[in-house]
Design a protein around this ligand. Structure first.
Ligand code: PRP
Ligand code: MN
Ligand code: MG
Length: 189
């Protein structure tokens, strides 16, 4: 087989730029959630895309957080949302009365995150914050509302092109790139 770097047309954010920004987001979370007497948050990664970001983020969070995953299926093998997300792998931890930070690789239409916020609200979370590495506001269809005094953390604003790497896939591949880039058109055409 071949080297996946050869399939990349342009690098948008290098591995160094990504990790630098992840550290800044972790610092902000450390500040926002360190008030004495308040309980430490439950950090919930949205599988599969958030796995690398979640790992690097929590490594730089200095609070006694707990970590969990949730999986929601809204896209088949294609790149277009079918609009009806389903929780296909539930959180293991009890989020009742907890501050939750949902971790995403990208917020695109907002469909996935909006569904997850409502779901965590139904499970009794006190607040839901969202920490996404990439935000693509140009594609937003669902204007989600955070729960309680939840905050929105975003690493980079993403141009309206199909990006891969650092968790983001095309047909389940390229998640293992350390940087984020755009595929050569011949790969997805
Ligand atoms: C991608 C991405 C986000 C979601 C964003 O996940 O990782 O979770 O889509 O899109 P939206 O804002 O339009 O809902 P995907 O469903 O492809 O699953 P994956 O994380 O396993 O790749
Ligand atoms: Mn995802
Ligand atoms: Mg995907």
């Amino acid at each position: 087989s071949h080297c996946i770097d050869d399939d990349i047309l342009t690098v948008i954010w290098t591995a160094e730029q990504v990790i630098q920004r992840v550290c800044e987001l972790a610092s902000q979370i450390n500040k926002d959630f360190s008030s004495p007497g308040s309980s430490s948050p439950v950090v919930v990664g949205v599988a599969t895309g958030a796995f690398l970001f979640l790992a690097d983020l929590v490594r730089n969070i200095k609070l006694p957080v707990t970590v969990d995953f949730v999986r929601v299926e809204s896209y088949g093998s294609g790149t277009v949302s079918n609009g009806a997300p389903k929780i296909s792998c539930d959180v293991k931890l009890d989020v009742f009365g907890k501050h939750v930070i949902l971790v995403e690789d990208i917020v695109d239409t907002g469909n996935t995150i909006s569904h997850l916020i409502s779901y965590l609200e139904s499970k009794g979370a006190t607040s839901v914050s969202v920490c996404t590495l990439l935000d693509k506001p140009s594609r937003r269809k669902v204007h989600f509302k955070l729960l309680g005094d939840g905050k929105f953390y975003s690493g980079f604003e993403c141009p309206d092109s199909f990006v891969v790497g650092y968790g983001l896939d095309f047909n389940e591949r390229y998640r293992n790139l350390g940087y984020i880039g755009v595929l050569k058109p011949e790969i997805y055409e």
